[in-house]
Design a protein around this ligand. Structure first.
Ligand code: FAD
Length: 387
């Protein structure tokens, strides 16, 4: 890491727009997690700067695209169910503040072979938390959704709270509302170095800044930025294909007739994606060969969605940053408490973003987090990470 501690800034280096002021918090990365964190901070009146390396909007990270699935049931991982209850209400708050419709309820269908732990865990979770749901057998599911075909011995359950989040609208809503609350957003400005201290210094491609705390929500680039802060976490960056199939008969799988859907693969009304892909470098992700993913998905569609055309009509890509145990990483840096990290969202972080933003903002302002942070601590990787 380049140390700038004794570096005297030249006139050119001093940001004429006032960067020598000390921010309460600088948030690095304006994906959904950083944007929701910055929004929470600005809403509380904190002097907040949100920095993004690419000109906005962009489609190079993990938060772009039309839709994401949301749901309350989380298999056996009930700490997420508890967080999702608040996330639903915070999404509603954002809808009111932005004037945009972000959530659409469709129900969420989960299915699995007899004894499938995720499906059975989902049913138990829905029962324990009193979330409206319906367990169905093959006959029931064929009656409700004749356009799909799955084995007769499967168990099916619909979490009635599930639905679609309009991802692009959610992201722009957080960024606009953040600005409306007085936050400063600078895009096209890449953070190159972070110099720890009581006051943290941040060097970007064009300016220097200072803040009492810094929150790093840099998505796949955590694999590049954190090692500069002597922290290497067990994260894998995967390139994920989002495939759109045309219906043979228009409207058959419309959001008013068919719920969002989860088996081992995540599927929503407009797009279907396999929850895995080739491991990539975030700065050269399109070099990867992922024809095997598309072949696998074509076979899946032919078997289970007979009323869709056999070939995908549109293919888009996105990135997952996979933590080893698929749990989020929400913690203080092990050496510097005023550097806070939100990473490893493992393909399920969008729906949680309002609560992630809330707890990262709490950590950045020395408040006790509203939730038990044990599952999200960096220390869980102490045997296989450089801390
Ligand atoms: C295909 C796909 C489907 C998904 N489906 C779902 C779903 O159905 N439900 C769900 O809940 N979740 C889902 N997810 C996961 C969810 O979208 C992600 O967990 C979430 O978007 C992660 O957001 P992020 O802010 O961490 O990352 P990003 O959106 O990548 O944001 C990080 C930002 O940091 C910026 N940055 C990086 N380095 C720097 C730097 N040095 N300086 C300045 N800026 C920097 C990047 O440019 C980027 O804009 C899905 C993800 C994908 C890819």
């Amino acid at each position: 890491m380049e140390l700038l501690t004794d570096h005297v800034l030249s006139k050119d280096e001093i940001d004429t727009r006032g960067s020598m002021d000390i921010y309460d918090v600088i948030v690095v990365g304006a994906g959904i997690e950083g944007s929701s964190t910055a929004y929470q901070l600005a809403k509380q009146g904190k002097k907040t700067l949100l920095l993004e390396q690419f000109p906005l909007p962009h489609s190079r990270g993990s938060s772009h695209g039309q839709t994401r699935i949301t749901r309350k049931a989380y298999g056996e991982l009930e700490y997420y169910t508890v967080m999702m209850k608040e996330a639903f209400s915070l999404w509603e708050t954002l809808e009111r503040e932005s004037g945009r419709k972000i959530f659409r309820e469709t129900g969420m269908l989960t299915m699995g072979a007899p004894g499938d732990t995720f499906t059975m865990g989902t049913i138990r979770c829905l029962q324990r938390h009193g979330i409206p749901h319906q367990v169905m057998d093959y006959q029931g599911v064929k009656q409700a959704y004749p356009m799909i075909e799955f084995p007769r011995n499967y168990t099916f359950v619909v979490d009635k709270s599930g639905g679609i989040l309009r991802a692009d609208k959610a992201l722009i809503s957080y960024q606009e509302t953040f600005r409306r609350f007085g936050g400063e957003l600078r895009d096209g400005e890449k953070v190159l170095d972070i110099i720890p201290g009581d006051t943290v210094r941040v060097r970007t491609s064009s300016h220097h800044y200072r803040a009492h705390s810094v929150v790093l929500t840099v998505g796949a680039w955590a694999t590049k930025l954190l090692p500069k802060l002597q922290l290497t976490l067990p994260l894998k960056v995967l390139r994920i294909n989002v495939l759109y199939w045309r219906e043979r008969v228009p409207g058959g799988y419309g959001a008013d007739r068919f719920p969002v859907f989860l088996q081992e693969n995540a599927v929503d009304n407009y797009a279907i994606c396999l929850h895995w892909g080739p491991e990539v470098d975030p700065d050269s992700r399109d070099k990867a060969d992922d024809s095997w993913v598309i072949d696998k998905m074509k076979r899946y569609i032919a078997r289970h969605f007979p009323e869709l055309e056999a070939e995908p009509a549109i293919a888009e890509t996105c990135m997952y940053t996979w933590s080893e145990d698929e749990d989020l990483i929400l913690d203080h840096h092990p050496s510097w408490r005023n550097i806070i990290i939100g990473a490893g969202f493992s393909g399920h972080g969008f729906k949680l973003a309002p609560v992630v933003g809330k707890v990262l903002a709490e950590m950045a302002t020395n408040k006790a987090p509203s939730y038990d942070m044990t599952p999200f601590k960096i220390q869980r990787f102490r045997h296989n990470a450089k801390l």
